[in-house]
Every structure is written in C-alpha cells, then in structure tokens.
Design a protein around this ligand. Structure first.
Ligand SMILES: N[C@@H](CCC(=O)N[C@@H](CS)C(=O)NCC(=O)O)C(=O)O
Length: 271
C-alpha cells in the first residue's frame, strides 16, 4: 500500500437509518436521573453512583440530517465515512410535501432550511464545510487538510471555489426561480466554474485535487461532478476533473456515501 492510499483508507463506521428524528428527547430524563443519583446516594458515591453517572453521561451518536441527492450532504457523508465515525441518518426529503426542509421542526434545527445539519457533541451544526472542519479538528485521522500551509490554502481555495462559486448558483431554491430555463442555467453555472477549476487543478493536482492525499477539496469535487452529470454537462473539456473524480470514486468512503446507496435513495435509483 502506498502512503497516499493509507491517508484515505476509511475506518469502520456504521450508519443507522432513523425514520424520525429522535432529538434530545432522552436528554432531559437523563439529566433528571443523574441528579437523583447524585443527591440520594452520597455514601455509595464511589462504588455505585459514579460509575452509573458516567454510564448515563454517554455521548450519543451524531445525527446527520441528509438528502440522498444533496451534494452538500454527500460531502459530510464522505468525511464521516473516511474518519470512521458512526452516525444515525435522518432523511430530509427536499421535494416531498413541498420540501421537508421547510417544516417547523427542521427550521428549528437549521434556520437556513437546507441540508446537511449535524447534531454532534451537544451542538447542532449546519454548513457542510463548517461541519467538516469540526470533524477534522475533533477526529484528525485521516487528515483532510495537508500539513503544508500552501497546500492547505490550495485545498481551501478549491473547496470554496465549489462550495461558494458553483453549488449555490445551481441549488434547488435558485433553480425553482429559473422555471423553464433551469437546465440551461445550471449547465452554464457548472461549466464556467469547471472551466476555471480545470485551470486551477493544472497547478495543484496529483492523483487528487491537491497532491496525492484525499482532502476537503476532493469531498467537494465528487458531489459537484455528480450534479454536473445530472444536469447533462459535457465533461469532455474537463479531463483533469474527470480523472480525479474517477480515482476518488474507487475509494470505499466515496462508494458507501454515494447517493445511490443511501437509506432514502428511491428504489429506481439504487445501485
Ligand atoms: N452552504 C451550504 C449549502 C447547503 C445547501 O445548499 N443545501 C441544499 C442541498 S445540497 C439544500 O438543502 N437545498 C434546499 C433548498 O434549496 O430548498 C452547505 O455547504 O451546507
């Protein structure tokens, strides 16, 4: 195994499908139980109470609110898979019922009414890159940001290029405004973004977007290429993007997190 392969080997992590969000509905009763334990059992504190207290203070699995086809959710699913973090998944269907992201329950989680959102370590985060950065800081292996400051900056540049410069322009809420022109609009946004990205990658790419290590930039690239394919963008003019995308899709973490393999993937789109 080469070094570059080792950095992108996914660790084992499991994904559990949750039909309903089961948010912090256990948190309050747990806190109450913990207080009771501490108040009433002072003599036994060392042997019985503290171990029981610690058991109750377990940190629950992270909960990812995701839509199978959402490119931003896919970025986070790849990060979780690469870092071997087990999580529960709650699907949020962006189309059904007029869009479940607009429900009061989900708005309370993410006022922007977009996926992904991640409940983790007692906080709720939205914005895929902020989520990935948190995972990077709390689970540093394998790293998704190179050690070298110049390479780190290049990774962030490419991630922003896609996350701020392409995806928001072809997001569902924008396409809804475009009516019949939505296909043409999406294609143009992706093509102009990819044209520039293809040039950037000439200077940064090795096997992947920046050198030979999988990075945050790659987590943004693959889902964006999937969007391009959905919008029938001709990938011919972007050979570097195509080559990197192909190499990344061979990695287990990119496969298991793929839109065709999610709990909410419709039967006809399942791989
Ligand atoms: N900057 C946000 C963008 C999130 C975003 O645009 N999510 C899309 C799916 S990829 C969404 O939820 N769209 C719902 C809508 O447009 O109504 C991120 O990186 O998480």
């Amino acid at each position: 195994m080469r070094d570059s392969d080792a950095t992108c080997m996914p660790k084992s992590g499991t994904v559990t499908f949750r039909k309903e969000p089961s948010p912090s509905n256990i948190a309050l009763p747990l806190e109450f139980l913990k207080c009771l334990l501490l108040m009433h059992s002072f003599p036994y504190i060392q042997y019985l109470v503290l171990p029981a207290y610690n058991l109750l203070s377990f940190s629950p699995k992270p909960v990812l609110y995701s839509y199978f086809r959402s490119s931003c959710s896919w970025r986070v699913r790849i990060a979780l898979a690469l870092k071997g973090i087990s999580y529960d998944l709650v699907p949020v269907n962006l189309i059904k019922d007029g869009g479940q992201q607009f429900s009061a329950e989900f708005k309370a989680l993410n006022p922007m009414q977009q996926v992904p959102a991640l409940k983790i370590d007692g906080i709720t985060l939205s914005q895929s890159l902020a989520i990935i950065n948190y995972l990077e800081e709390t689970h540093p292996n394998p790293r998704l940001l190179p050690q070298d400051p110049k390479k780190r900056a290049q990774v962030r540049m490419i991630a922003d290029h896609i996350a701020s410069g392409i995806q928001p322009l072809q997001n569902l809420n924008v396409l809804k405004q475009m009516g019949e022109k939505k296909m043409e609009w999406a294609q143009n946004c992706i093509m102009s973004g990819f044209q520039a990205l293809e040039q950037v990658l000439q200077h940064t790419a090795g096997r992947y977007c920046v050198g030979d290590e999988v990075s945050m930039a790659d987590l943004c690239l693959v889902p964006q290429v999937a969007n391009a394919e959905r919008f029938k963008v001709d990938m011919g003019p972007y050979p570097t993007i195509t080559r990197i995308n192909k190499a990344l899709l061979e990695l287990e973490a990119f496969k298991t997190s793929h839109p065709s393999r999610q709990p909410d993937t419709p039967a006809e789109l399942r791989a």
